[in-house]
Design a protein around this ligand. Structure first.
Ligand code: ME8
Length: 526
């Protein structure tokens, strides 16, 4: 029998600033995948959270004259508020300062040490302060941090090392035998060519100079360096090494860790090695997505950008709805690749997809039901070959959409649903109920057309609910659907006979693009 549990994670975010649209990317995509799986009947655990230790956080708090926790609490509250505005349905929000996490990380570090995989030595090399990453000379690109391109400093200090080199062969084998471990495939090739083929070096996993972190229990001068603390959140959140490991037993190994491409190395080389040392199974899949690119750069808080480059996602949510932001992030950037953001692209996508397709279908269809049938749906219908073909096409597209989400291709899954909307609009256009209405005895034909068009609409909207959870549920409620369930084996079989609907205002009103661009530019430059 198919395992119906599904564990999906975002990275834990650095609360080093307010969250940008770039940070919303991973979270929105994971949320859509999580919601879709819930609707398919999976028992889903969707984890997100914040990565709160390290020098960078301590520096920011002190620059603001705040205690670390005071600063962190503010940013975390702000992040949770943003996730709620975006309708993010996480099951757990982990903070690495949470007591249970601190306790478990301490035990994990001890365990790695007892297994003989951690030893003390001198670290000499380069360190990127903003990324909190240690690098060897060879890894630098033009003398700068290979991840963010900024200057690095010399590091020379006593610390504990993790024997990453010991796991080199096992990890190489993992890449040879499991082609789905790291996706897209290009990222796996990158890891093999840039890191594995050059040989793995032991990794510095504690620091003496950083005080804002979890202390090493057996050597209080040292704090656990960020990656062992951060990566293990995926298991401590489930209660690993706590009194209650039931969630861990139920959901580990994770079905997928979704992460940005710049942290693939940590997740696909270091994390498996830590798990191997702990004797735990590896996550089933790691997916390294691309970046949302804004004026040629990564729209991220860790990259200082000019004032008018950073667009607060709240502005977009307030003006255009959270669905508008989700539509752009899911639909316009192919999952796995980089994609540009601009005001114009965002607004065109709103009009092209949300106003013209998604919103238009329900308002015009409900309008026709009101006009031709006093708002009542009847099953006095006589389907023809046209209806049969319509249902078959929808069935195929629904199947595609489900298949694509299971393959972790949310952009393609979303596009398949939008094709159902196109089919419905096309079906109505071809059947022309407004002309049938003029024919004598056309009532039954109109009832048939509208009945099937509603079936199509409901198929599309139940699938869309995972992607656009703010608005489409309003229409589903009109048709008596409160809790969305996707039935993989049925199609166009909703019980709608006798339902009465009333006219609705369009879910997404068309925008005047030029006017909106002007407004957004004004806001960004204020
Ligand atoms: O890396 N486009 O945290 P973080 C797409 N704490 N994704 C973007 C983006 C953009 N423009 N800007 C940021 C960390 N992100 C660590 C993770 S996990 C054990 C520790 C994404 O806050 C980025 O790619 O810097 C990453 O997946 C996420 O935001 C968190 O980034």
């Amino acid at each position: 029998m198919e395992n119906k549990n599904f564990y999906i994670t975002t990275p834990i975010y650095y609360p080093s600033n307010k969250f940008t649209l770039g940070n919303c990317y991973t979270t929105v995509l994971c949320d859509a995948i999580a919601r879709f799986h819930r609707a398919l009947g999976y028992d889903v655990f969707f984890l997100t959270g914040t990565d709160e230790h390290g020098q960078k956080i301590a520096k920011i708090a002190s620059a603001k004259n705040m205690k670390e926790m005071q600063y962190l609490n503010e940013i975390v509250a702000d992040a949770k508020d943003l996730w709620s505005l975006l309708n993010i349905s996480y099951d757990k929000f982990i903070r690495t300062t949470d007591d249970y996490h601190v306790k478990a990380v301490t035990k994990i570090f001890n365990k790695l040490y007892q297994n003989g995989d951690i030893y003390k030595s001198i670290y000499k090399g380069k360190y990127c302060v903003p990324c909190e990453s240690f690098w060897s000379e060879e890894q630098l690109v033009d003398g700068k941090c290979p991840d963010c391109g900024r200057d690095v400093i010399d590091a020379n200090e006593e610390c504990y090392f993790f024997k990453l080199s010991k796991y080199e062969d096992k990890i190489k084998k993992l890449y040879q035998t499991n082609k789905n471990f790291l996706l897209p495939e290009s990222r796996a090739n990158e890891m093999i060519n840039n890191f594995l083929s050059k040989g793995l070096k032991d990794l510095c996993v504690s620091r003496k100079t950083v005080k804002w972190g979890i202390p090493v229990e057996f050597d209080k001068d040292q704090t656990i360096y960020v990656w062992v603390d951060a990566l293990t959140n995926y298991i401590t959140a489930l209660g690993y090494l706590s009194e209650d490991e039931s969630l861990f037993k139920k959901f580990w190994p994770a079905d997928v860790h979704v992460i940005g491409k710049e942290i693939v190395r940590f997740h696909s080389i270091i994390w498996p090695a830590i798990l191997m040392s702990l004797g735990l199974p590896l996550p089933k899949m790691i997916f390294g997505h691309g970046w949302l690119i804004f004026n040629g750069g990564k729209l991220s808080k860790s990259k200082e950008s000019g004032k008018n480059e950073v667009l607060d996602p709240r502005i977009l949510i307030e003006r255009y709805s959270s669905d508008a932001v989700r539509n752009f992030l899911i639909g316009e950037i192919s999952f796995g690749q980089d994609g540009p953001y601009s005001q114009e692209l965002f607004l065109n996508s709103f009009n092209g997809i949300l106003a013209n397709k998604v919103g238009n279908l329900s308002s015009r269809l409900i309008g026709m039901i009101c006009k031709y049938q006093n708002g009542i749906i009847t099953n006095k219908i006589s389907p023809t070959e046209q209806e049969q073909n319509f249902v078959n096409t929808i069935k195929q597209l629904k199947c595609d959409s489900i298949q694509k989400i299971k393959e972790l291709k949310p952009t393609l899954s979303y596009k398949s649903v939008l094709k159902i909307i196109d089919e419905c609009n096309g079906y109505i256009d071809n059947c022309k109920p407004w002309e049938v209405a003029k024919q004598e005895g056309g009532e039954e034909r109109i009832a048939t057309i509208l009945y099937f068009a509603v079936q199509g609409l409901l198929e599309a909207y139940t699938l869309l609910d995972a992607f656009l959870p703010e608005k489409v549920c309003q229409v589903l409620k009109l048709f008596g659907i409160d809790k969305v369930k996707i039935d993989e084996n049925a199609c166009c079989n909703f019980k709608i006979d006798g339902i009465k609907v009333e006219k609705i205002t369009p879910l997404f009103a068309r925008l005047d693009i030029n006017k909106e661009i002007e407004e957004l530019d004004k806001i960004a430059n204020d």
